[in-house]
Design a protein around this ligand. Structure first.
Ligand SMILES: Cc1ncc(C[n+]2csc(CCOP(=O)(O)OP(=O)(O)O)c2C)c(N)n1
Ligand SMILES: [Mg+2]
Length: 595
């Protein structure tokens, strides 16, 4: 076998049977080997960024490690934004970049020239900060072991992307027959470790009266979501979640109370600020959850965080209300969840969280649509929600449109995801393509803003060429809505580069030029079920008023329970029954703006 053939076979055996790529000279041998391998397919993207984003979607939807193959230089550097999505959200992906022949470097006698071979770029050093492992294969004898090692690193512990840079001479070298190299990497959780975890959690809950659990994405990434959900339902402890956590359980659960954070549900935020014991499972509590004013988060509670990555625990060392965190692979919850016995909750807490949920969960006021009679994006999401099959997959972009989706989406069994940490415009279209290729019979929805749609618009061609079953929704508010709202708050309403200077094409003409079906939705009644139930690609453009806002939303310096539009003091005070009342206390600190 040549090195190139070996790579193709390795990926096939790991279940990455459809490789997302854009070819070029430096990777042409690998692409050819994939084409010749009978168990392999490939999908040509129009931009390597999209290929990397599509690869990122596969673990989120199918627990398959997405793989890309691209050429050196611009091919490799174009991957970077997509790789970063996987890194920040702990998604395993494998990226193979072709590299110039190593003998081309030799002519330069060690001189530090900028470039030796054509399109030679040191991609390994560039991606090191956003990969778990990146290596150049300088000798064909390294290839087998490095592939196994990289795959194992990507999929173990806190998962993430890896990159192998493979020079053309290594691709062409004879490497012998296929053989696995044993990488002894799986760490088992010992019984005493499990016991001490369960004891700690039990003691934690028994020492308080007002328990709350934050269900983070780490639970699902570890594969312990079903056991955790069952434990929570049985325990009757109220629980809340993060954007990336909300796809792992059924929102019909009586004690599920919503998404927290800057763009979270008011009720869920009130619970965070009023509980006295907060158990955080697999969530890194970034600033979109805790706010820029992080010390005001869960201020009345002891907080116990369980995370697979110890660095995520070290960051709380100066927060006096945090317990020393528990560094554990959350797969432990598969067995440990059954052993956690929570004491009966204080009756006043039980009444409180149920009242808060009844008041704020599933309630979506939207002032601009109410004022002008235009479409409420929250109502549109709820309407779309009703049309979805139970196994639908929904990829979400960034901006106000993403906030509207996460504020109002009610998940039963669907998969819904976004690149939460990196959050690039242009993610949802290629991500939905990745999902559609591996799930051709499922209903796939991609939700975007008008701005984000333009960032990877070229992939409409990929969607059309493969006749993919994707319905691309564009929430068109004729601008960069989320940034405009920021400018309204902090730049006296000047809309530089968001409304002024920003432009968009006639999406109908563009979409039709690609030969894709197009539907315009100007009133909510136009958003009909048939638009989503047909086979094949389609684009649904929903017209919004340009001033449609994200409501509720936290503004600069406030703590998460006091979101805009502001509640009356009466309503606010009655909801802050147990926690620190920041309106009365005036102990707000200055913090970074919330975009
Ligand atoms: C690649 C990239 N560039 C810039 C940004 C900053 N940014 C975040 S949201 C946004 C505007 C998005 O506009 P649109 O897609 O129309 O969504 P809307 O907020 O209007 O719903 C911008 C510029 C980003 N997230 N990604
Ligand atoms: Mg927009």
């Amino acid at each position: 076998m040549t090195g190139a053939e070996y790579i193709a076979e390795f990926l096939r055996r790991r279940g990455s049977t459809n490789i997302f790529l854009m070819t070029g000279g430096a990777c042409a041998f690998i692409v050819d080997a994939i084409g010749r391998n009978p168990g392999m397919k490939y999908t040509c993207f129009q931009h390597e960024q999209s290929a990397a984003m599509a690869a990122d979607s596969l673990w989120r939807t199918n627990k398959i490690v997405g793989a890309t193959v691209v050429t050196s230089g611009p091919g490799a550097t174009n991957l970077i934004t997509g790789i970063a999505c996987s890194f920040f959200d702990s998604i395993p992906t494998i990226h193979i970049t072709g590299q110039v022949n190593q003998n081309e470097e030799l002519n330069y006698k060690g001189a530090k020239v900028r470039q030796a071979g054509f399109q030679e770029t040191n991609i390994v050093e560039m991606v090191k900060p956003i990969t778990k492992y990146a290596v150049k294969i300088t000798d064909h004898l390294m290839l087998k072991e490095e592939l196994c090692k990289a795959y194992s690193i990507a999929t173990s512990g806190r998962m993430g992307p890896v990159l192998l840079d493979i020079p053309m001479d290594v691709q062409q070298a004879e490497v012998g027959d296929y053989s696995e190299v044993d990488i002894n990497s799986t760490q088992k959780i010992s019984v005493p470790e499990l016991k001490s975890f369960v004891n700690l959690v039990n003691e934690f809950f028994h020492s308080g009266k007002r328990p709350l659990v934050l269900f983070g994405a780490g639970v699902g990434l570890a594969g312990a979501e079903r056991e955790t959900e069952k434990w929570l339902i049985d325990s009757k402890i109220p629980f809340v979640t993060s954007w990336n956590g909300m796809t792992y359980f059924n929102h019909e659960s009586e004690n599920y109370c919503g998404i927290i954070g800057v763009y979270g549900n008011r009720g869920a935020n009130f619970l965070i600020q009023n509980c006295d014991r907060l158990l955080v499972l697999g969530s890194r509590l970034d600033n979109r959850q805790r706010s820029g004013n992080a010390t005001s988060f869960a201020e009345s509670a002891r907080v116990l965080v369980v995370d697979v990555d110890n660095e995520e625990l070290i960051k709380y060392r100066n927060n006096s209300n945090y317990e020393p965190g528990i560094n554990l692979d959350l797969i432990a919850l598969k067995t440990a969840a059954l052993e956690i016995h929570t004491p009966p909750q204080d009756e006043s807490w039980n009444i409180y969280w149920r009242e808060i949920k009844a008041k704020y969960f599933g309630k979506f006021p939207s002032s601009i649509p109410d004022k002008y009679g235009t479409i409420s994006p929250l109502e549109a999401v709820c309407t779309l929600n009703n049309y979805l099959n139970s196994d639908s997959i929904i990829a979400v972009d960034t901006g106000a449109c993403a906030c509207w989706v996460y504020l109002s989406f009610f998940r039963t069994k669907q998969i819904i995801f976004t690149a939460g940490g990196n959050s690039p415009m242009g993610y949802a279209l290629p991500a939905s393509i990745g999902a559609a290729i591996y799930n051709p019979d499922r209903q796939i929805i991609s939700i975007n803003g008008d701005g984000g749609t333009q960032v990877n618009l070229q992939e409409l061609q990929t969607m059309k060429f493969h006749n993919l079953n994707i319905k691309l929704v564009i929430f068109n508010n004729f601008g960069y809505g989320i940034i405009k709202q920021f400018q309204d708050s902090y730049s006296s309403g000047r809309h530089h580069a968001t409304g002024d200077g920003y432009s968009q094409p006639d999406f109908e003409k563009v979409v039709k030029a690609y030969g894709i079906e197009y539907h315009k939705v100007e009133k909510i009644e136009d958003l009909r079920e048939e638009l989503f139930s047909t086979q094949g690609p389609g684009v649904i453009e929903i017209y919004l008023h340009p001033d449609t806002m994200i409501e509720p939303k936290l503004e600069m310096g406030r703590s998460i329970e006091d979101q805009f539009p502001y509640l009356t003091d009466k309503e606010y005070n009655s909801a802050m029954k147990f926690g620190v009342n920041t309106r009365r206390g005036n102990r707000q600190k200055k913090a970074a703006p919330e975009v």
